[in-house]
Design a protein around this ligand. Structure first.
Ligand SMILES: Cc1cc2nc3c(=O)[nH]c(=O)nc-3n(C[C@H](O)[C@H](O)[C@H](O)COP(=O)(O)OP(=O)(O)OC[C@H]3O[C@@H](n4cnc5c(N)ncnc54)[C@H](O)[C@@H]3O)c2cc1C
Length: 230
């Protein structure tokens, strides 16, 4: 379905990530983890994940890692009431009712669909038995939605920060998300579902890590943010 939506406001999440909120079309619904095709103008069209939960009544939200692109310049020029086109929802990076144990692996801006999923899970009557988020970023300032994610309440839930520069983030691991980190932090390695979201290089690296831990491909769901090289 295609909709015309109106820009409401933007929220700076980190020095390089901004959320953009638009009016919510009547009757619109989506599954957490899905994305929309966001059309700002001819040739300025990108898929963006819905970063807040389906139960938000007044708005839909996307969160963009800002670059010097024409698409980002156009986003930054929006003023309240401006209209854009969005198409969707699309995507299968979503929950399956049978998931008992979930391990989320997020790389940078790849957190957007996972934030929507985690907040939705926290509101459910029958949450999974175990949920862990392993979240890779460059440094503490780059962690989008940090307090939201750390405040989520779910059985066995915790956030493991993995940072190139961990200064100022207590308990963070230094480096990249490795098979050692996954093996140490993931509960139920033998049965958990792994949901991986991030730029292509990150998702490829995680697939290798998971293969190294003998995790079968049918327990891995991926969301690949094409368009980023790092
Ligand atoms: C399913 C999905 C969900 C996404 N969700 C988010 C999100 O929530 N937040 C976010 O910041 N980004 C998300 N992205 C990435 C986003 O769509 C843009 O591709 C990316 O942000 C780069 O756009 P840009 O405006 O910064 O740079 P641009 O200069 O517009 O693009 C950078 C380069 O990548 C190429 N490129 C751009 N988009 C694509 C594409 N879809 N496929 C192949 N090549 C492409 C361009 O041709 C250009 O060479 C998502 C991508 C996908 C596929």
């Amino acid at each position: 379905m295609e909709y015309i939506v109106k820009f409401i406001e933007s929220i700076q999440r980190t020095p390089s990530a901004i959320s953009y909120r638009f009016s919510r079309p009547a009757g619109f619904s989506f599954a957490p983890g899905q994305y929309m095709i966001v059309n700002l103008a001819e040739d300025l069209v990108h898929p963006l994940s819905l970063s807040d939960t389906p139960d938000q009544k007044g708005f839909i939200e996307f969160t963009k890692r800002m670059t010097s692109s024409a698409f980002c310049r156009k986003l930054q020029d929006l003023t309240a009431g401006d209209q854009i086109k969005v198409k969707g929802p699309i995507g299968r990076f979503t929950l399956d009712g049978a998931d008992k144990s979930l391990v989320f692996l997020a790389g940078g801006i790849g957190i957007t669909p996972i934030r929507s999923i985690l907040r939705t899970l926290a509101a459910r009557q029958d949450p999974p038995e175990n949920t862990v988020l392993i979240y890779g970023n460059v440094n503490g300032a780059d962690i989008a939605f940090r307090s939201d994610l750390e405040e989520i309440s779910l059985p066995g839930y915790r956030v493991v920060h993995v940072l190139t520069d961990p200064e100022g983030v207590p308990g963070a691991s230094q480096g990249f998300i490795s098979s050692e980190v996954i093996g140490r932090e993931a509960m139920d390695l033998k049965s958990a579902t792994f949901m991986v979201s991030g730029p292509p290089v990150m998702v490829e690296a995680m697939k290798k890590n998971l293969a190294g831990l003998d995790i079968d491909g049918n327990r891995i769901r991926t969301d690949i943010f094409l368009g980023y090289e790092d």
